[in-house]
Design a protein around this ligand. Structure first.
Ligand code: C2E
Ligand code: MG
Ligand code: MG
Ligand code: MG
Length: 271
């Protein structure tokens, strides 16, 4: 109880902390309303086959253009949505919108090579899906996989039966061992940006990326490297035999119109 702790207790609920609580409540209120109006947006970041330099897929990323605050970062409002119990609704919105937009795009360009769609799912959304599609990849983090509950196991096997691919996002930041992955319907590892960022400067990070790529090959998993920002990083990944890459060097996340442009005039990478 703050009161009985005297002066020190007051610091537990200082004006700044009160402001922060109010701020959070306001943001939560706005997010709830935005979801109800379907006013979130989805952008698409191309995933490129490293050796061929072509776009083989996109990752859908949610965006919140707040009318008063300007864009709010997903790093802020996704955790907020998780705490407020809004994340299943948010993930479902992104999944629906992205599936609709990408399938329209594919219908408009029937001769173009098909692209896959990756969608992020928080662990809270994972146990309650309602979708079907191949060419659909769901990105989950290691934590979700380690959650060995009955529902998670059931959903995993249903997804495998549907042919939906599971991508393990932010790989390297959690605790799952590569050998453990053998027994799960995971098709792809996404190496976390923090390792890619350091790989051309730190021998240790480079070694870690090399090991993950090599072991993934042994386990017949595909590898996507996240957050490629420099030509040096791309070259290093090419040399390691990394399959796919994503990052600002190749393309920032694009609104649908930008993605359409890109698919009409295929990327002329890789340097
Ligand atoms: P993530 O799934 O690991 O997505 C990759 C993040 O890295 C994205 O940030 C992307 O814009 C950013 N990124 C890509 N290339 C580069 C690069 O070269 N440099 C740098 N500095 N950053 C790069 P974003 O869009 O801010 O999303 C942050 C996180 O929010 C995502 O990380 C994901 O965990 C979560 N998120 C985004 N959309 C959704 C969603 O619809 N549902 C859920 N549950 N989570 C989402
Ligand atoms: Mg992701
Ligand atoms: Mg990631
Ligand atoms: Mg992430």
């Amino acid at each position: 109880q703050a009161k009985t702790q005297g002066r020190a207790g007051y610091r537990l609920f200082s004006p700044t902390m009160r402001d922060r609580v109010l701020e959070r409540l306001a943001l939560e209120h706005d997010l709830r309303a935005t979801l109800a109006y379907g006013a979130l947006e989805v952008v698409y970041q191309p995933i490129i086959a490293v050796q061929r330099g072509v776009t083989v897929g996109v990752e859908a990323l949610v965006r919140w253009p707040h009318p008063l605050r300007g864009p709010v970062s997903p790093a802020v409002f996704v955790p907020l949505a998780e705490e407020a119990g809004l994340i299943p609704e948010l993930d479902r919105f992104v999944l629906r919108r992205a599936c609709a937009q990408i399938s329209q795009l594919r219908a408009r360009y029937p001769m173009a090579p098909p692209i896959t769609l990756s969608v992020n799912l928080s662990s809270h959304s994972f146990a309650q899906p309602g979708f079907a599609a191949s060419d659909l990849k769901l990105e989950i983090t290691e934590r979700t996989l380690m959650d060995q509950t009955e529902t998670v196991a059931q959903v995993l096997s249903q997804l495998r039966d549907l042919g939906v691919g599971l991508h393990l996002d932010d790989f390297g930041t959690g605790y799952s061992s590569l050998s453990y992955l053998q027994h799960l319907p995971v098709s792809t590892l996404k190496i976390d940006r923090s390792f890619v960022e350091r790989m051309t400067e730190s021998a240790e990070s480079a070694e870690l990326v090399r090991t993950v790529v090599a072991m993934a090959k042994t386990l017949e998993l595909e590898v996507v490297a996240e957050g490629i920002e420099t030509p040096e990083q791309l070259r290093a990944l090419q040399e390691l035999g990394c399959d796919y890459a994503q990052g600002h060097l190749l393309s920032k996340p694009l609104p649908l119109a930008g993605l359409e442009q890109l698919l009409r005039a295929p990327l002329a990478t890789t340097r």
